[in-house]
Design a binder for this molecule. Structure first.
Ligand code: RIB
Ligand code: CA
Length: 299
């Protein structure tokens, strides 16, 4: 089973992605690292610890990462996710975050183990870029980085050119995409095709994950009546578990860092370390995501 670190900025869709990760038998979650993005680092870290505790995974260590991008500051999305970045108050966490910082956690996790690690990146790529810069040998121990981010052939969601995670730290994205580590980019080109409009009949069980999914989506729909919910981060975790629903093109990706097109992901289809998801079997993806949200093996 592959050993994963999930780097996240919870965030409502990060929360759903975490349920899926914990419910998948193909994913051994060895740690969560947090980054600012959807909300301040204080909120994303508290949310990560509270989510793991609520889901009965309080033994998974959480390491705090970057509160700002390599330059400037993050553009938060409280208007979308809710006041604390999650739109609901979970019980206070029983465990505290580990003292290690996210960069050190990633470097240590990749060392001295037989199997290389994989990283799922669900927020701005600041932590991962800083870890690569901290230890040049790290790239030999990361088998794959699955990134929720980018908009290659479609419009962005924070500007017309850029997707939120990449826009928030385009410099970090360039470091990661050019590091030589194999990257799977799950961007708006596919995530905008995978959305739920109705979920009342989907998560009817009383398992922890089902209850959390109902609360997250229910509160979100109260804030955004009549809107569909796009499964951005859950789709990236699905790609980490099973690539079969996706079609990919391989190549190189460079990111615009300044001006009106900041955060734009420019894809050159040629030999390169990045494979971009260009299409997805929507029904298969939705069925698998719904099934994993509903499975609750730990309940
Ligand atoms: O553009 C969507 C991405 O930005 C998701 O990861 C969402 O959680 C936000 O971080
Ligand atoms: Ca996210």
């Amino acid at each position: 089973m592959n050993r994963f670190i999930i780097d996240m900025d919870p965030g409502t869709d990060d929360a759903l992605a975490l349920i899926i990760a914990l419910n998948s038998i193909n994913l051994d979650l060895i740690g969560v690292t947090t980054v600012g993005g959807n909300a301040r680092l204080l909120h994303t870290t508290r949310n990560a610890v509270s989510l793991l505790t609520f889901l009965g995974a309080q033994d998974v260590p959480v390491a705090m990462g970057a509160s700002s991008p390599i330059y400037g500051s993050f553009t938060y999305a409280y208007h979308f996710h809710g006041t604390n970045g999650l739109g609901l108050q979970l019980p206070n966490p029983s465990t505290k975050t580990v003292q290690t910082k996210a960069v050190d956690f990633m470097v240590e996790a990749a060392k001295g183990v037989a199997s290389p690690i994989k990283i799922v990146a669900l927020g701005p790529l600041t932590n991962i870029a800083m870890a690569i810069e901290a230890d040049p040998y790290l790239i030999d121990s990361i088998e794959e980085i699955i990134v929720m981010g980018g908009a290659v052939e479609c419009q962005g969601n924070i500007t017309e050119y850029a997707e939120f995670n990449i826009y928030n730290d385009p410099w970090a994205a360039n470091i990661v995409f050019n590091s030589g580590v194999p990257v799977t980019l799950v961007g708006l080109d596919v995530t905008m095709k995978v959305a739920l409009s109705e979920w009342d009949l989907l998560f009817t069980g009383d398992g922890k994950g089902q209850r959390l999914a109902r609360q997250v989506l229910g509160n979100w729909s109260t804030m955004h009546p009549g809107s569909v919910y796009h499964m951005h981060d859950p789709l990236a975790v699905l790609a980490a578990i099973d690539h079969s629903p996706f079609s990919y093109h391989a190549g190189k990706v460079s990111v615009v860092t300044t001006g009106e097109e900041r955060g734009r992901t420019i894809f050159l289809q040629e030999t390169g370390p990045v494979r971009v998801a260009v299409d997805v079997d929507v029904q298969l993806a939705l069925n698998t995501i719904s099934s994993l949200l509903n499975s609750d093996p730990g309940s």
